[in-house]
Design a protein around this ligand. Structure first.
Ligand SMILES: Cc1cc2nc3c(=O)[nH]c(=O)nc-3n(C[C@H](O)[C@H](O)[C@H](O)COP(=O)(O)O)c2cc1C
Length: 371
């Protein structure tokens, strides 16, 4: 069995574990320590709240993105069903969506259909997905602009996400742990690829130091993919076959920068569009992420179950609940649109305050975080 076949099997195991096991972090994404200040006189009508946002030149009805999860099977088997179900929901709500890693497709082009959703979602902002280690200096057959173009154009995507997952790779025996030269490779890719590139973490968060590097090479947006939602070390724990691997995955289950703190760090140092992904489980969290400076909030795990069953309405129902909660939170802080939400006062307590006080000038940030 070659490495790409193993990649496909691994993706199935991931979905299986994500559906059947407890794969989330045991720690929170810290939004509980970010507080709005209730407004008794909102001075707006709830029905008139505008939830639309602009992101990479496109306008969406809601500030929510369906985060990339899967792809890589032939025809329209499981992965194809999941992607098409998510895409139909994204089309109906006019929100963006990502597909999962297209590594399998690069080596096995016949799997392209499992990522292809344009037949059911002609208008959505669609994001392709490749892994950062595939571009690394010491990666055999390393990727370049040719593979990036193939990923985007085969599925008629609008942008490419490059996922950064050193945590997940580091806890699996067969992991791709070569990351040397990735920044240079991404800088080169940025110079050659005409599509926007989103640098995307997958559950351990992006620090301000990394955000500065990404902005300096011209990356177009950052998905902070923070700690507090799906833990990839957690998923790998269930996949691990021997005690040594199990121990490593268990130790690093809760490693990373919580999503709320990662959004604050990245917003503090860059003006890049931010997607806040990682444990987003209600609309109040989305409101807080936007208030901290995110442009979109990304959701993955909660949508997997309905998507596996082909249940478009089930996906929409979850997202509609988030939208209702977001709108209500905005009403209660008197924010008529997302721009106004960025200006409302926030109070930061507990662990979030301790962290942010040591990393940024918190008081300056809370005063001036508005874009
Ligand atoms: C089943 C599953 C598969 C995933 N596969 C990918 C992937 O191939 N590429 C990627 O960049 N992120 C992948 N992710 C990560 C998500 O995009 C997201 O960053 C992460 O799950 C955190 O969001 P959540 O807490 O809402 O699940 C996957 C997530 C899940 C649940």
């Amino acid at each position: 069995m070659d490495k790409e076949e193993l990649t496909v099997i691994r993706k199935f195991e991931h979905i299986e574990h994500c559906l059947k096991k407890q794969v989330e972090a045991h720690v929170t994404n810290q939004f509980e320590n970010i507080h709005f200040v209730h407004t008794s006189l909102p001075e707006i009508d709830k029905d008139e709240i505008d939830l639309s946002v602009e992101f990479l030149g496109r306008k969406f009805d809601y500030p929510i993105m369906i985060a990339g999860m899967t792809g890589g099977t032939k025809g329209s088997q499981l992965a194809g069903k999941i992607n098409k179900t998510l895409a139909k929901a994204a089309q109906e709500l006019n929100i963006p969506m990502g597909v999962g890693s297209q590594r399998a497709m690069i080596r096995k082009p016949e799997t392209w259909e499992s990522y292809y959703v344009r037949d059911v979602a002609p208008d959505i902002f669609l994001v392709g997905n490749l892994g950062a280690p595939q571009f690394a200096e010491n990666m055999p057959n390393r990727y370049g602009v040719e593979e990036a173009l193939k990923a985007v154009e085969t599925i008629q995507a609008d942008a490419l996400a490059i996922h950064m997952n050193p945590l997940q790779e580091s806890v699996q025996p067969e992991g791709d742990t070569q990351y040397k030269g990735v920044i240079n490779a991404l800088a080169e890719l940025k110079g050659e690829l005409s599509y926007p590139i989103i640098a995307k973490e997958t559950g351990a968060g992006v620090s301000m130091e990394v955000a500065i590097k990404l902005e300096s090479i011209g990356i177009d947006a950052i998905d902070v993919g923070g700690l507090g939602g799906t833990s990839w070390s957690g998923v790998e724990y269930y996949r691990a076959k021997d005690e040594r691997s199990k121990n490593l995955a268990l130790k690093f289950w809760d490693w990373g920068i919580p999503t709320a703190l990662s959004v604050a760090e990245v917003r503090y140092v860059t003006k890049l569009p931010i997607i806040a992904t990682g444990g987003i489980r209600d609309g109040i969290m989305i409101a807080k992420a936007l208030a901290l400076g995110a442009n979109l909030a990304g959701v993955a795990l909660p949508l997997l179950k309905p998507a596996v069953n082909g249940d478009v309405e089930g996906v929409i129902k979850i997202l509609q609940r988030y939208i209702d909660e977001l709108r209500n939170a905005m009403f209660l802080v008197g924010a008529g649109n997302v721009k106004e939400l960025r200006k409302v006062p926030l109070v930061v307590t507990g662990f979030a305050r301790e962290w942010l006080e040591q990393r940024i000038d918190l008081w300056e940030f809370l005063r001036d975080r508005r874009l």
